[in-house]
Ligand binder design. Structure first.
Ligand SMILES: Nc1ncnc2c1ncn2[C@@H]1O[C@H](COP(=O)(O)OP(=O)(O)OP(=O)(O)O)[C@@H](O)[C@H]1O
Length: 363
């Protein structure tokens, strides 16, 4: 494993009784990445995060944080990461300052280090005006800031955030994402959320989980292109305008352009789009694996035509997310006998630990 791998999950499976909440989940997060961990309700996001943060043990598979096994080397793992669970466990009767000092003591920070770190996290999380307030007096948004501040108090290189914005209003969400951007500059972050806009704002890469499995993992562009419905829009100048013609070839006819586009390898369909008489415009369908823009550009340039427009329309992240996770939603809405164990038929040959119930293996 490269030393750049900060979070490593390999074949993580987690059963609750006969129900498989995680099924062979594997991924890596490298130093400095801010990765969105996406999935519908019940997909297994929190379960994965709780394993990575040493709160529960997987039924099988292994995970490492900064090279330390989450099972064998709990202390090293915990000191490497800051964790903000979905509901941050705040002590409502403490003031913000008392709570941060308490979090620092739990992390074994000495008083001088705490004071220095407190200054930093208060600035990053915007808590200067709230330090002497009891946590019970704070709004959801400010409580979430306090949760983030405790996750940062020991200056961990890795942050694991479980739906940190789910209870926040739109302004609070936007602010939280601003903090996250700042924090993510020099940290590795795994951010679980339902909110695709959030991922598009804060992350360059996403891992999508559905029914306990990883169904997509990659740069957002790659994931958007994953649907196999990539479309290019190409417009080539058709008639002379007011300014000088810049082409070296003759102005093309529509079917010249259509024929030339159809002959590009990887193009599956070409359809004319309505435009005015200044341009021939076409929608070009291609397969999902190759970016055809360089080839389209090359063809137009070789013909000496003038390219007015070339862009690739991939689906939105939301479209792809819905396509990949639609099974979860259908399952949630199905009436009839409830089968908790979606995979009972293939369980018989596996090592099963059915005593692995509720809190049984909480550490
Ligand atoms: N302690 C538990 N005992 C039994 N089943 C559990 C337990 N914790 C989680 N599950 C089940 O495991 C599945 C995955 O839950 P998990 O909380 O990881 O999902 P999630 O993706 O975080 O969902 P959400 O977005 O709703 O928080 C769910 O079906 C959930 O009901």
């Amino acid at each position: 494993m490269s030393t750049d791998v900060m979070i490593y999950a390999n074949g993580l499976t987690k059963r609750y009784g006969s129900y498989r909440a995680l099924d062979d989940v594997s991924f890596e997060v490298r130093r400095g990445e801010v990765v969105g961990f996406l999935g519908p309700n019940g997909a297994g996001k929190s379960t994965t995060m709780r394993i990575l943060t040493c709160f529960i043990a997987p039924t099988s598979g292994m995970a490492k944080v900064r090279g330390h096994d989450v099972f064998e080397d709990t202390l090293a793992v915990r000191s490497s990461l800051g964790y903000l669970p979905q509901r941050a466990p705040l002590y409502l009767e403490m003031t913000v300052y008392e709570y941060l000092r308490f979090a620092a003591q739990m992390r074994n920070l000495d008083n001088a280090t705490f004071k220095k770190r407190a200054r930093d996290v208060v600035e990053i999380c915007g808590l200067a005006q709230s330090l002497s307030k009891e946590i019970r007096q704070l709004s959801h948004g400010y409580r979430q800031r306090v949760g983030l501040a405790q996750a940062l108090i020991h200056d961990p290189p890795i942050l694991i955030l479980d739906e940190p914005t789910s209870d926040l209003d739109p302004n609070e969400k936007a602010e939280f994402l601003n903090y996250l951007k700042q924090i993510g500059k020099d940290r590795t972050v795994l951010l679980s959320t339902h909110n695709l806009k959030e991922v598009e704002t804060a992350c360059a890469r996403a891992i999508i989980v559905s029914r306990g499995r990883v169904v997509a993992d990659g740069a957002l562009d790659e994931i958007r292109a994953k649907s196999g419905r990539v479309r290019y829009v190409v417009s080539v100048q058709e008639s002379l305008g007011e300014s000088a013609y810049r082409g070296t070839g003759a102005l093309p006819r529509g079917n010249d352009v259509e024929k030339a586009l159809s002959s590009i390898r990887g193009v599956s369909k070409v359809a004319e789009l309505p435009t005015d008489d200044r341009a021939h415009s076409f929608a070009v369908a291609g397969d999902d694996n190759t970016d055809l823009r360089p080839e389209i550009f090359r063809m137009v340039a070789d013909k000496g035509w003038v390219l007015l427009e070339l862009h690739r329309d991939t689906q939105t992240l939301e479209d792809v997310f819905r396509q990949l996770t639609i099974g979860d939603e259908r399952r949630n809405r199905q009436l009839g006998p409830v089968s908790e164990s979606r995979d009972e038929e293939d369980e018989s040959d596996e090592d099963e630990d059915d005593s692995d119930d509720e809190e049984e293996d909480e550490r």
